[in-house]
Ligand binder design. Structure first.
Ligand code: NAD
Length: 468
């Protein structure tokens, strides 16, 4: 007999999975470095054995080129795994700290204990690595994990679901596929830590939900990341980096250069170099960009329309297209597009673009450029292209950003020794290597008295204490 599910029926699988993991969390906390490494290696082996399936899933989701799956997803994941495996034993060792004079007779150390029940909510743009990298770190730290992949990349979500079911018992790691309703149901549960990657708007929802249980959060968000090119920059090099950074994954990269600030004296040669670079990258034999197998697509119709509306809003307010502008709704295709004469009242200068459209602004003094950067939210990344060390330092000292790359783009995402993440609107907390391990661990201070005691501190208080 069919019954109408009640809201409790709907929540039951989430609660049951969470409770099973909570019962298992103390056992996971006691796992050794070798046992955790063995779990991480399972992921590594699976990825090697299923590389083609992973590439096919992302091609089916948004025609992501297989080379970009390698570059943006699998290489970064592999680097994280190798680094974690080589360092985990050392990271897990209690860390001795010096003893201040006032603490004489004691020794102290910091112990990294797992936070416990962890929820990972992932976005669609790098759907595999942004689920798997946090998973590697969460397992390294000894947690139990529920993953909620994005519903916008259903083939990859199904692949992740199957992979995890094959590799882990559900009381260690499990996956719930679905949309915001599934996230909302999961966010009601008393997780110890929530690792969210997505938009600032949903980041606020996640943090509000976390506040109910005082769960700690890592928020890997987005925003408008500027690229500044000054008059001393190597323009050929900058052109190649900016075009690649903007068009990789069809511009749907959280750390893609969102808009360009170029010194007025080098705008024309830089734009010429960028146009030539685009031809070399996507039309080497004169074919249209749409025919290139190195060019992904916008993930779905609604994002396609969102970006098209951003362009149309800019055009009606006086912007001009100086390159590209072709679109094809049937294919969610947007040509690499440069927009000039853009102004702050245009939505393209307010919203994160997340597509292959580059607003180009010129500046005459660095202070003018910095004013444009600093009147916006703190970006996830800030790029500086300059051969002038004073200029570079001047910009770094007078801006705030999650991370900065000088004379390149994007590379910091895969740098296991650098803290990756945002600041305020672009994110809270950091990931990569030890920073991720820390994010999933409670840093527990342990102080042990070895000899003596501080009896003189106890009441009745003497003048020695009163006047201390
Ligand atoms: P999104 O915020 O729309 O969705 C992210 C996840 O949250 C998805 O799993 C989605 O199902 C879930 N979600 C959506 N609405 C929700 C709600 N109301 N309550 C709870 N959960 C909800 O983001 P997206 O469109 O998938 O990804 C694009 C955004 O992510 C961009 O802003 C980009 O800059 C950012 N991003 C950041 C990083 C980073 O490392 N900082 C990496 C990739 C993407």
């Amino acid at each position: 007999m069919l019954t109408t599910p009640t809201s409790t029926d709907y929540l039951e699988p989430f609660t049951a999975a969470f409770d099973a993991q909570r019962r298992n969390a103390p056992r996971m906390a006691l796992t050794t470095a070798a046992e955790r490494i063995e779990r991480i290696r399972r992921i590594q082996r699976w990825v090697v054995a299923h590389e083609t399936d992973i590439k096919q899933a992302m091609y089916a989701d948004f025609r992501k080129p297989s080379a970009e799956v390698m570059l943006g997803e699998l290489m970064a994941l592999n680097a994280e795994i190798r680094h974690t495996v080589s360092n985990l034993k050392r990271w897990m060792k209690p860390q001795r700290v010096p003893t201040p004079l006032s603490m004489i007779g004691t020794t102290s150390r910091i112990h990294h204990e797992p936070k416990g029940n962890v929820l990972i909510i992932a976005p669609w743009n790098y759907p595999f690595v942004l689920s798997m990298r946090p998973l590697v770190s969460a397992l390294a730290a000894g947690n139990v994990v529920i993953i909620k992949p994005s519903e916008l990349t259903p083939h990859t979500a199904a692949l992740i679901s199957g992979m995890i079911a094959e590799l882990f018992p559900p009381d260690e790691v499990t996956v719930f596929e679905g949309d915001a309703a599934v996230s909302t149901a999961l966010l009601d549960l008393p997780f110890n830590h929530i690792f969210f990657t997505g938009s600032p708007a949903v980041g606020r929802i996640v943090m509000t939900a976390a506040a109910k249980h005082l769960a700690s959060v890592t928020l890997e968000l987005g925003g408008k990341s500027p690229a500044i090119v000054d008059e001393s920059a190597d323009l050929q090099q900058a052109a190649g980096q900016l075009v690649w950074g903007k068009c990789l994954n069809n511009g749907q990269t959280c750390i893609a250069p969102d808009y360009l600030l170029v010194h007025a004296s080098v705008k024309v040669p830089l734009m010429d170099a960028m146009k030539k670079t685009l031809d070399r990258m996507y039309s080497p034999d004169g074919q249209p960009v749409a025919a290139s197998d190195s060019y992904a697509r916008i993930v779905n119709r609604s994002h396609f329309r969102r970006i098209k509306n951003l362009i149309e809003d800019a055009l009606t307010k006086g912007a001009t297209i100086t390159l590209g502008g072709q679109t094809n709704e049937a294919d969610n295709f947007i040509e690499p597009t440069f927009l000039e004469n853009v102004t702050d009242d245009m939505r393209i200068m307010q919203d994160e673009i997340f597509g292959p459209v580059l607003p180009v602004l010129t500046y005459r003094t660095l202070d003018d450029a910095l004013r444009i950067v600093n009147q916006r939210e703190k970006p996830l990344a800030l790029y500086i292209h300059s051969r002038n060390r004073q200029h570079t330092q001047y910009i770094i000292d007078r801006t705030s950003a999650g991370d900065t790359v000088v004379n390149d783009v994007l590379l910091h995402f895969g740098h296991v020794e650098l803290p990756f993440g945002g600041v305020n609107n672009s994110g809270l907390g950091k990931s990569n290597g030890f920073f991720s391990f820390q994010e999933f661990s409670n840093q527990r201070g342990i102080l042990k008295r070895q000899f003596g005691t501080l009896k003189f501190l106890y009441p009745p208080y003497t003048d020695r204490v009163k006047n201390a």
